[in-house]
Design a protein around this ligand. Structure first.
Ligand SMILES: *Cc1c(COP(=O)(O)O)cnc(C)c1O
Length: 405
C-alpha cells in the first residue's frame, strides 16, 4: 500500500535512520519524495494509472517484485507521502489512507470479522460508527455488545468471553467520555481480541493509542488532520501483521481509496497539525474553565476539567484536554438555540477540529440518527451543545461567548 515513492532525493540529504526524530520533524520531512525536478514542496501526482517501459516490467510490478506503482486504487506517490508521514507521527508500522473517516472505521473492523464473531465496544460514540456496529455488521451475523466505557467491571465481564474486535472511541463525540485504553487493551488481549481505537477527538497530537496497548488506530482526517474544512479523508494505522493478514486485501478489492488531490492537501496539513491542535486545545481549556463558572450552564464536559469523571485517566493518556467541549445548558433546547443564534464569531456547523470555531446541537444534527433512549444513555440531551474550539484568539472567543449569554 505505502510503497516508497521512487523519487529523487540525494543520499546525503536524508536524516540518519538511527536518529529518533521528533514528531514535529516527521510532520514536515518524513515521506517527502522529490521527483527529478527537486521541487521543495511535496508534488501532486494526480493520476489513476502508471506506465511500464517493457511488458516484463509490468509483470514484475504486478508480482510485487518492484516498487513500481500499478494503479491508483492500490497506491499513489502523493498518497504514499501522506501515509508515511502520518505513520511516522503516530509511531505506527504502516498507514493506509481512505476516502473518509467512516470508510476507515468500517474497513478497520470489517476486514477482521466473519459471521459468528463477537465485537465489544464502548457505548458512547459517533453516530455513524454506532450504526455500523449495531445495524450493518449484525446483518452479516456479527454480534455486538456495548458497555459503559467508564465501567471497568463491565469491560471485565464483557471481555471474559472470546472476542474478535474491541472498538473504543476516547474521548467520545460529543460528550468526551474517556475510556482507559490500557486497561481495556490488556483485558482484550487476554481473550485474543484486536483493539481498534477511534482517535479522532484526541488527534495524533494529544493521544497515542498504540503506545497505550491498542493494536489499530483510525482517523477521520477530515477533522484535526486537515483541520481547515477542505477535504474528507480517513486513515488506518497499525502493525505490519494486521496490514498483511487482514487490511491490505480488503482495501485493495473493496476500494475505499483517497483521492491524490486530497492526500496532497493533507500532507501539507500535517506540517501544521501539531501547532494547530496544541493551540486549539489550550484555548479550549480556557473556555471550559470560563463556561464552568457561568450560572446558565448545568455542566461542562471537558477532559481537562477536574469535574470530568475521566479526568485522572485523561491526564494519564492524553497530553491535553482536546479541542472540543460538551456544554449542557440549564434551560431548554430553545435557550440553547437562542445562545447559538446570538454568537457572532463562532459558526453553527456540524464539523469539528477546524481552524474556525464551530458549535452544533448534536441531538438534532450529528446524533439525530440515534434513538432517543440511546442519546439519553450517551448524555446527549436536548440542551447539550458541542463546541469545537478553533484558531481564533481565545480572548475573542471568550468575548463572543460572554455576549451570547
Ligand atoms: C467525524 C467522525 C467520524 C467520521 O469521519 P468522516 O470523515 O466524516 O467520515 C468518525 N468518528 C468520529 C469520532 C468522528 O468525529
Amino acid at each position: 500500500m505505502s510503497k516508497r515513492p521512487w523519487g529523487y532525493q540525494p543520499l546525503n540529504k536524508r536524516p540518519d535512520p538511527q536518529w529518533a526524530l521528533h514528531p514535529d520533524t516527521h510532520a514536515v520531512r518524513t515521506g517527502l519524495s522529490r521527483s527529478g525536478f527537486g521541487e521543495t514542496s511535496e508534488a501532486l501526482y494526480l493520476n489513476s494509472g502508471f506506465t511500464y517501459s517493457t511488458a516484463e516490467e509490468a509483470v514484475a510490478s504486478f508480482a510485487d517484485e518492484t516498487d513500481h506503482f500499478v494503479y491508483g486504487r492500490f497506491a499513489n506517490p502523493t498518497i504514499a507521502m501522506f501515509e508515511q508521514r502520518l505513520a511516522a507521527i503516530e509511531g505506527a508500522e504502516f498507514c493506509v489512507a481512505t476516502g473518509s473517516g467512516m470508510s476507515a472505521m468500517f474497513a478497520s473492523i470489517a476486514c477482521m470479522v466473519k459471521s459468528g464473531d463477537r465485537i465489544v465496544a464502548s457505548t458512547a460514540m459517533f453516530s455513524s460508527c454506532y450504526v455500523v456496529l449495531t445495524e450493518i455488521l449484525p446483518k452479516w451475523g456479527v454480534t455486538v455488545e456495548l458497555v459503559d466505557g467508564n465501567d471497568s467491571k463491565a469491560w471485565a465481564q464483557a471481555l471474559s468471553k472470546p472476542t474478535r474486535v474491541v472498538f473504543i472511541e476516547s474521548p467520545s463525540n460529543p460528550m468526551l467520555d474517556i475510556v482507559d485504553i490500557k486497561l481495556v487493551s490488556d483485558l482484550a488481549h487476554k481473550v485474543g481480541a484486536t483493539v481498534v481505537v477511534d482517535n479522532v477527538m484526541a488527534s495524533p497530537v494529544l493521544q497515542k493509542p498504540l503506545e497505550l496497548g491498542a493494536d489499530v488506530v483510525m482517523y477521520s482526517a477530515t477533522k484535526h488532520i486537515d483541520g481547515q474544512g477542505r477535504v474528507l479523508a480517513g486513515a488506518i494505522l497499525g502493525s505490519r501483521d494486521y496490514l498483511q493478514d487482514h487490511l491490505s486485501q480488503f482495501i485493495r478489492h473493496t476500494g475505499p481509496s483517497l483521492s491524490p488531490f486530497n492526500a496532497w492537501v493533507l500532507v501539507k496539513s500535517l506540517e501544521t497539525m501539531g501547532m494547530r491542535v496544541e493551540r486549539m486545545s489550550n484555548s479550549a481549556q480556557q473556555i471550559a474553565e470560563f463556561l464552568e463558572d457561568r450560572s446558565e450552564i448545568k455542566s461542562v464536559r471537558y477532559p481537562g476539567l477536574k469535574s470530568h469523571p475521566g479526568f485522572e485517566i485523561a491526564k494519564k493518556q492524553m497530553s491535553g484536554g482536546g479541542t472540543t467541549l460538551g456544554i449542557e445548558f440549564k434551560g431548554s433546547q430553545k435557550d440553547a438555540f437562542a445562545f447559538m443564534n446570538r454568537l457572532r464569531i463562532i459558526d453553527i456547523s456540524n464539523n469539528l477540529g477546524d481552524s474556525k470555531s464551530l458549535i452544533t446541537h448534536p441531538a438534532t444534527s450529528t446524533h439525530r440518527r440515534l434513538a432517543p433512549e440511546v442519546r439519553a444513555e450517551m448524555g446527549i440531551t436536548d440542551s447539550v451543545l458541542r463546541l469545537s474550539v478553533g484558531l481564533e484568539h481565545s480572548s475573542d472567543l471568550l468575548k463572543d461567548l460572554k455576549q451570547a449569554f
